[in-house]
Design a protein around this ligand. Structure first.
Ligand SMILES: Cc1cc2nc3c(=O)[nH]c(=O)nc-3n(C[C@H](O)[C@H](O)[C@H](O)COP(=O)(O)OP(=O)(O)OC[C@H]3O[C@@H](n4cnc5c(N)ncnc54)[C@H](O)[C@@H]3O)c2cc1C
Length: 389
């Protein structure tokens, strides 16, 4: 029977952030086991996040590209927003996995295991993780096991939308992109009743990751993402088939929900990452939140000897998320104008802190006053009168 202090079940973003944070703490000599079914040798995703100079979730050398400007293109034309004091940065999944591996190799009692976790069982003194039939015991188990896309929530009680996307890294023969700005929302795509936009991360005038993205309840047939993205490249960017080559592609599904994900899985189990509710319900952003959560977990372990002393954001943020999700679910066509207005009518610093759930009540009222009020009141009434999403 192998015994560990901490077993990290799932070595994706949450598991590796936590392991690296443990390695930097006074707990670096603890016996740590990290288990994942995947070897993490593929660049399976690209993460982006906004951050200030003093609050970067990964070492700066890992940032592939950073932008100081966001562009939002909607009904009222193009809006370029200078992000200062924030920067928007991108990191490749593979670089993050390699960095974590390098850090963890320096820990004296850290083991990584590639295997499929069959189940996790709670106990009084420890929890048991069974991997391909073999049990491992941990004083605490951190569970982030999640298979995106095969994840469900009770939709009679909670909103459950998805941020789903298909993107391509393209290289064009002539300059098309503006590398100093990240194309955050480009709504110049048919909405067909749900919120759809193109998200562009240019690395040069001729290279960019261009993603066709939706915030909606149902996924599309695979071919539709490709058709719509190709339509955008041709119609909006003026490219023809021979004008560009596709270097890589990426797709993903991120849950967007107001479901109150439980943190505790028992006496000895803490849920982390997506499973622990670290994805922001109304935007799908998670990477930076997961990094902050890892720091808070390590702090709790150091100060209390257990990982459960974690604070949650004020409940009003869940209510805001729920109203927006309700609008996106029932009146998806309003998504584009609402997001456009949020960006046009608020200082970016206030808006990004709101999305980070760090604003004052006064600032929240200013944000709510910046968007059309009737859809939000209608959403609130519907949820409170019917009790259903
Ligand atoms: C393609 C994509 C792009 C994203 N981009 C961004 C972004 O730009 N910014 C942002 O903030 N968020 C982004 N997200 C959302 C979020 O940051 C990521 O989903 C993040 O990886 C969530 O971390 P996690 O640890 O919860 O899940 P994961 O990173 O998916 O880790 C879960 C791990 O569990 C493992 N696992 C699952 N089941 C088992 C099992 N039975 N046995 C063993 N191992 C198992 C998986 O192999 C995986 O490694 C993106 C998500 C996707 C899918």
């Amino acid at each position: 029977m192998e015994q560990y202090d901490y077993i990290i079940a799932g070595g994706g973003a949450a598991g590796l952030h936590l392991a690296v944070a443990l390695g930097r703490s006074s707990l670096r000599n603890a016996r740590i086991l990290i288990i994942d079914k995947d070897t993490k040798q593929q660049n399976d995703r690209t993460w982006c996040f906004w951050h200030t100079a003093n609050d970067t979730p990964v070492p700066k050398k890992l940032l592939r590209k950073s932008w100081q400007v966001f562009s939002v293109i909607g009904e009222k034309g193009e809006l370029d927003i200078t992000l200062s004091p924030y920067t928007y940065s991108m990191i490749r999944g593979l670089d993050f996995y390699a960095h974590a591996t390098e850090q963890l190799q320096q820990l004296p009692n850290c083991r990584r295991l590639v295997g499929t976790i069959d189940f996790i069982e709670d106990g009084v003194e420890s929890a048991t993780v069974v991997v391909d039939g073999t049990p491992f015991h941990g004083k605490y188990v951190f569970d982030s096991l999640i298979v995106p896309g095969s994840f469900s929530i009770d939709t009679t009680k909670y909103h459950f939308l998805k941020q789903h996307f298909y993107g391509v890294f393209v290289r064009t023969r002539r300059p098309v992109f503006q590398p100093h700005k990240a194309g955050f929302f480009d709504f110049r795509v048919p909405q067909y009743g749900v919120m759809r936009f193109v998200y562009t991360l240019p690395s040069s005038e001729t290279e960019a990751l261009v993603e066709y993205t939706l915030f909606s309840a149902d996924l599309l047939p695979a071919e539709e993402y490709r058709q719509e993205l190709t339509g955008y490249l041709h119609r909006v960017l003026g490219l023809e088939d021979g004008d560009y080559e596709v270097l890589e592609s990426e797709d993903g599904v991120i849950p967007m929900s107001d479901y109150p994900f439980p943190r505790r899985g028992g006496e000895r189990i803490l849920y982390t990452g997506t499973k622990g509710g670290r994805v922001k319900g109304s935007t799908g952003f998670a990477f930076h939140r997961i990094a902050r959560d890892a720091a808070a977990i390590v702090n709790s372990l150091e100060e209390h000897g257990h990982p459960f002393a974690l604070s949650e954001p004020a409940p009003r943020y869940r209510a805001f998320d729920a109203m927006l999700l309700q609008i996106l679910y029932r009146h998806g066509e309003l998504g584009a104008p609402i997001f456009e207005q949020l960006f046009r009518r608020n200082p970016i610093d206030r808006l990004l802190r709101f999305l980070n759930e760090q604003t004052s009540l006064r600032e929240d009222i200013a944000i709510m006053a910046s968007v059309p009020w009737w859809p939000f009141i209608r959403a609130w009434l519907r949820m409170h009168v019917t009790g259903h999403p």
